[in-house]
Design a protein around this ligand. Structure first.
Ligand SMILES: C[S@@+](CC[C@H](N)C(=O)[O-])C[C@H]1O[C@@H](n2cnc3c(N)ncnc32)[C@H](O)[C@@H]1O
Ligand SMILES: [Zn+2]
Length: 282
């Protein structure tokens, strides 16, 4: 939901000017639930509905790559709806264990934290609100968004001011982004110079028998998912990028230095997750 703290950190994702203005017809000045955010510079209007500001800069996202991403996101959201209707308890248990391992890696960060591609914002519950002020962005709002500062937004056009956050998090999200370089550039912009970014990402392409088994399981899972999906969803890419460890390290290196890594691989049938802690270069 839109909060005063978010307003004070806001930034126009279209023209990159700081400070959006909230306008509404609501009688109470502190009611931020319905209205619009207006950029004082380019005058573009971003709607606010049910407390959720929509800060996706559609005017910037007109390339073929963004069209492909739109199809990908529809497919992802269709698969998530299926999963939410019929939750798989074993899968949820594995997901929670992975989340706890990530929280241990992150180790109680302090200050303003932005979770990019936050989804249902699961890690929020594992953070101490006295230490960490949690904010989330995602193009798809999930059910809990009225409980914390949240905006519909994309990683490539982060709607917050320069150096607004002491911690950034992107969990299982990088493979869904459209423009990785655009994301890392934005992440370096909104992170304080002494801040830290934590990434969690499934990696593929490991060598040996272990790598071959994991690759076969990954492909089988995708195949089974396709059987459940509609035709249009089947045609869109499942992930915008598939990462190997080497490619991920190379992708971060223009704007970030890797300060710590940990591999999380609870079983032979699950993709290995790479946790990374990153510091801004310069
Ligand atoms: C696999 S989910 C992970 C959600 C959450 N981080 C978690 O660990 O539970 C990937 C998320 O990335 C979001 N996403 C897709 N494209 C994005 C983009 N360009 N910018 C930000 N988030 C994006 C999706 O909507 C989805 O919620
Ligand atoms: Zn603007």
């Amino acid at each position: 939901m839109l909060t005063k703290a978010m307003l004070s950190l806001s930034w126009c994702p279209s023209c990159r000017a700081a400070g959006l203005e909230f306008q509404s017809n609501a009688p109470a000045a502190d009611d931020l639930s319905e209205g619009k955010l207006v950029c004082p510079n380019c005058k573009i209007i971003f709607p606010v509905h049910d407390g959720v500001p929509d800060l996706i800069p559609h005017d910037q996202m007109t390339s073929e790559d963004w069209k492909t991403w739109g199809g990908h996101l529809d497919g992802f959201s269709g698969r998530r709806a299926i999963r939410e209707k019929k939750p798989n308890l074993a899968q949820l248990k594995r997901w929670n264990a992975k989340q706890q391992a990530f929280l241990n890696f992150v180790d109680a960060p302090e200050g303003h934290l932005l979770d990019i591609g936050c989804g249902p914002a699961g890690i929020r519950e594992g953070l101490d609100p006295a230490r960490t002020t949690y904010f989330g962005i995602d193009p798809i709002p999930t059910r809990a968004v009225e409980e914390f500062p949240f905006a519909r937004a994309v990683a490539e056009y982060i709607p917050f001011r320069d150096e607004a956050f002491s911690c950034l998090v992107a969990r299982s999200a990088l493979d869904h982004f459209c423009d990785l370089r655009g994301f890392f550039k934005e992440a370096a912009r909104v992170l304080r110079p002494d801040g830290v970014m934590f990434i969690e990402q499934a990696i593929h392409g490991e060598g040996g028998l272990k790598g071959a088994i994991k690759a076969a399981v990954h492909e089988t899972k995708d195949f089974l998912d396709d059987l459940k999906a509609t035709r249009a969803h089947r045609e869109a890419p499942k992930h915008m990028t598939d990462f190997t460890k080497e490619y991920l390290i190379e992708a971060v290196s223009e704007f970030f230095t890797v300060t710590a890594t940990r591999e999380y691989s609870p079983s032979l049938l699950a993709a290995t997750q790479l946790f990374m802690a990153l510091r801004r270069k310069n």
